[in-house]
Each structure stands twice: as structure tokens, then as C-alpha cells.
Design a binder for this molecule. Structure first.
Ligand SMILES: Cc1ncc(COP(=O)(O)O)c(C=O)c1O
Length: 458
């Protein structure tokens, strides 16, 4: 990457913007990868006019693609009408009430209470407080411990970093706090023992959770936290029987189940909720991202009857529910999210994703025999392929060869942005994608993989 020109936008960025998830020293030197200035449909365009299919819907979130005038009009109207009001001390706006009602309509059965927030991190952080609030209400305040999975991702706030099971997100911050425990991720391709079936692997992982609960004492375990499909952990679908067996353990010990649907919500996995795809029984659901098609920050915790009953008891005992942010229930964000849910209804989002799933999965299947690909995985409109040096031993390439950065560069050259996670290339395109666009996305990916083989062999 060349040094950015003085006075260019890139130079301003390099000099002044601290970027998340970026090597900061390198960024000072190189500036941004590219500056994206415009979007249309599933494509984004950089300042030179080059278009890219956003194969990862940016951060798994731009469900309706880019550059949406209808949503802009709704935001403009909401700003013109009121602009801002809060929802503290019983105040309200029509936009927040209407959004909560619409979200309750599509939430899994029995879950009809909604607590609005502004990001996935906030939703998870709030859900954690609700878990502790619930156990306090039940007279079991010792239930503080949380179980999540290695490589699970639930945000980077102080507490949500502790829910996140990636050690990289703990190091340097003195985290995690005590009370956070991690179990094996359900990653059959790499974590199963030789000869172990998916069902056997799932049994072993459920037993691991039960052993942890018994070791720590069931009376200390508050909740289990999981994404239906591990997103930032690699776009990894659970093995057969996994959630059924885990759910049975949670039920046995009365442990709350918090399902992080920040990526999986809104038909990403083929049903409206990942919880429905995998038949989960969540006590709390965290959602964000596609709730507003990511055009404005908003998230929600959907509260099930068990936890809501605890919250009612707290109101009886303590009065006010002492939690809330200035921007939770922001009327402009609520108006936009409401319009997004209306668009989902109009396009029959679930049916649309289901109709594309075979083409999407066939795209991965066609790459399974590619010399660089060790494993493919996917459901709905989320999936990944794993790059290996040796298909039989599953050995990875020497990191010094920089295969993944090379693949990132090559896919971009072919006009495709993907999400790289370790040695996996994940795809989760905007849900508005069409069948020819899915095919074009995989054609670009294949070209990049073929170029990479040529480069490796050169
Ligand atoms: C599953 C999951 N939970 C939580 C978060 C955090 O959301 P945010 O970045 O909006 O705080 C993310 C972000 O990618 C996520 O993928």
C-alpha cells in the first residue's frame, strides 16, 4: 500500500481516525484500504468508481444492500417531525411503540416484550444485566456465572468482551472478569476426535457443559450464551444434535439461555430467527444489524416470559427499572427499523432467503473440490469455505506465505468483498441478493481462488 498523499481524505484518515480491529501503527503509514463512497443494491463503489459485490453485507448487516432512498425518506420525515425524544420514565414516541409491536409480531412465539438499545454490544450487555436482575428477583443472587463458547462473539464492551470467547479480545485489557467460563466451540471439522460422528461430538460438547455446571455448582450458573451460527468465529454451523443436547442440559439445571441473534436474526439462516432454524428455546434474544438494515444504529433485547416475570417482581420490590440510555428507542432509528421490517414483509424475506439457499449452498459445493478448499459450511445465506494447504491432513498454510491476505486482494481485484476469519472465507451477502447475483458472487470467488493457485505454483 502506498503512503497516502498529504491533504487527501486518506491522509486525514491516517492521521486522525483510530480504526477498530486495525493495526494502528501500520494504519498511520498506509491509511485506509479503500474509501467507499457510494452503494447500490448489493454493490459498493470506491472513489475510483470500482464496484464490489459486498459478499459479507459489510459486517453481516446490510440486509437491504446500499443506497436506499426509501429509508432515507423515512429518516428525513422522522427528523422533521420530532428528531428526538427519549423513552425514560414512561415517555414515548409512536415510532418506538410501533417498532416494538412489529418486532413482537415476528419474534418467536411467547416473546413479546422488547427493550430497545443502539448496538449489538449494548443488547448483549443489557441482556447480561437482565440475567443477573432475574436471578436476584428469584432470590438466587449467587447465580452469577456465565457460560459462552470459545470463538463466540458478543461485542467488545467491558462485559461483552468477557462474553466473547476470543482470547485476543481479552489480552491487554485484563479481561475476562471472573464468572465467565468458556466451552468448546461446535466446530466439527477441526474439533471432533478422529472417527467421532456429529452426534457423538455434540454429545461430548453437551457433556462438557454439564460437567462445568456440576464443577462450579448449578446454584452459581446464571446463563448460557450462544449464536445459532457462529459468525465472527468463522461462519460455523452447529453439528447435528448440538443445540438439542445443549438445551436439555440447560433445562435440567434451570440455566437461562441467551441467544445472540445479532447476525442470525432476520432470515440470515433461512428462518426469521436462528432460534427457529435450530429449534432453540431462548429466554432472551439479542438482535441488531439487519433490524435496521444497518443504515442507522439500533438493537433490541427481546424478553421472554420467564425473565419478564422477574423484571415485574423487581418493579414490585424496587420501583423503577434502573437501566436505559439516552438513545435507546431513538425515534429516527425506530422509524427506519419499522420501515425495514415492513420491507421484509413486502418482499417475504423468509421465503426469499429460502428460495436462494439452494443456489448459495451449491456455490460452496462447487468449490469443495478446489485444491485450496478443505471444508465448506453454510445454511440460509451464511457460509464459509476453509482454505488448507493439504486436503487430507487439513494442515493450514504457513502464515508467512500470507495466503489469506493474498486471497483478500485477489477477491477485491475481481470485485468481491468477503469476510476473512483465520483461514476461512465467509460469505453472508445482503438478503436482497438475487439468484444471478449469487452465481456472479461465486464466479468471482472461484476466479480469485484459481488466481491464488497460479500464484502459489508460480
Ligand atoms: C453475534 C454478534 N453479537 C454482537 C455483536 C456486536 O455488535 P455491535 O458491533 O453492533 O456492537 C456482533 C458484531 O458483529 C455479533 O456478530
Amino acid at each position: 500500500m502506498n503512503k497516502p498523499l498529504p491533504n487527501s481524505i486518506a491522509a486525514m484518515d491516517a492521521a486522525h481516525q483510530i480504526h477498530p480491529h486495525t493495526n494502528l501503527r501500520r494504519h498511520l503509514e498506509t491509511g485506509p484500504n479503500e474509501l467507499l463512497v457510494r452503494g447500490q443494491g448489493i454493490q459498493v463503489f470506491d472513489e475510483t468508481g470500482k464496484g464490489y459485490i459486498e459478499g459479507a453485507a459489510a459486517l453481516w448487516c446490510s440486509s437491504l444492500g446500499f443506497g436506499n432512498e426509501r429509508l432515507a425518506e423515512v429518516a428525513k420525515q422522522a427528523i422533521t417531525d420530532l428528531g428526538y425524544y427519549h423513552n425514560f420514565r414512561g415517555s414515548g414516541t409512536p415510532q418506538a411503540a410501533q417498532l416494538c409491536s412489529k418486532l413482537a409480531d415476528i419474534a418467536p412465539e411467547g416473546m413479546d416484550k422488547v427493550l430497545l438499545q443502539s448496538s449489538g454490544t449494548e443488547a448483549n450487555d443489557t441482556a447480561l444485566k437482565l440475567v443477573w436482575y432475574y436471578w436476584d428477583a428469584m432470590g438466587e443472587p449467587k447465580r452469577r456465572k456465565i457460560i459462552s463458547r470459545h470463538e463466540g462473539y458478543h461485542g467488545t464492551g467491558t462485559l461483552t468482551s468477557c462474553l466473547t470467547g476470543k482470547t485476543k479480545f481479552h489480552e491487554g485489557y485484563g479481561l475476562p472478569f471472573s464468572d465467565f467460563h468458556y466451552v468448546t466451540m461446535p466446530y466439527y471439522y477441526r474439533k471432533a476426535e478422529p472417527g467421532e460422528s456429529e452426534q457423538q461430538f455434540s454429545t461430548r460438547l453437551a457433556e462438557e457443559i454439564e460437567a462445568l455446571i456440576l464443577r462450579e455448582g448449578p446454584e452459581t450458573i446464571a446463563a448460557f450464551w450462544a449464536e445459532p451460527v457462529l459468525g465472527s468465529g468463522g461462519a460455523i454451523t452447529p453439528p447435528e444434535g448440538y443445540f438439542e443436547k445443549v438445551q436439555a442440559v440447560l433445562d435440567k439445571y434451570g440455566v437461562l439461555f441467551v441467544v445472540d441473534e445479532v447476525i442470525c436474526g432476520f432470515a440470515r439462516t433461512g428462518e426469521m430467527w436462528g432460534s427457529q432454524t435450530y429449534n432453540l428455546k431462548p429466554d432472551l434474544i439479542c438482535c441488531a444489524k439487519a433490524l435496521s438494515a444497518a443504515v442507522i444504529p439500533i438493537s433490541a433485547v427481546i424478553v421472554g416470559p420467564r425473565v419478564f416475570e422477574g423484571m415485574m417482581q423487581q418493579s414490585d420490590r424496587r420501583g423503577s427499572f434502573t437501566h436505559g440510555y439516552t438513545y435507546s428507542g431513538h425515534p429516527v432509528a425506530c422509524a427506519v427499523a419499522h420501515e425495514v421490517l415492513t420491507i421484509y414483509e413486502e418482499m417475504d424475506l423468509v421465503t426469499h432467503v429460502k428460495s436462494l439457499e439452494p443456489t448459495f449452498l451449491a456455490g460452496f459445493k462447487a468449490l469443495e473440490d478446489h485444491p485450496l478448499v478443505g471444508n465448506i459450511d453454510g445454511i440460509g445465506l451464511i457460509g464459509a469455505l476453509e482454505i488448507v494447504a493439504d486436503k487430507d491432513t487439513r494442515a493450514m498454510h504457513d502464515p508467512a506465505l500470507q495466503i489469506m491476505p493474498m486471497l483478500d486482494r485477489l477477491t477485491r481485484e475481481h470485485g468481491l468483498i468477503t469476510r476473512l476469519i483465520g483461514n476461512r472465507i465467509a460469505l453472508a451477502p445482503p438478503q436482497i441478493i438475487t439468484q444471478p447475483e449469487v452465481e456472479e458472487m461465486f464466479a468471482r470467488l472461484k476466479n480469485a481462488l484459481d488466481n491464488a493457485v497460479n500464484n502459489i505454483n508460480a
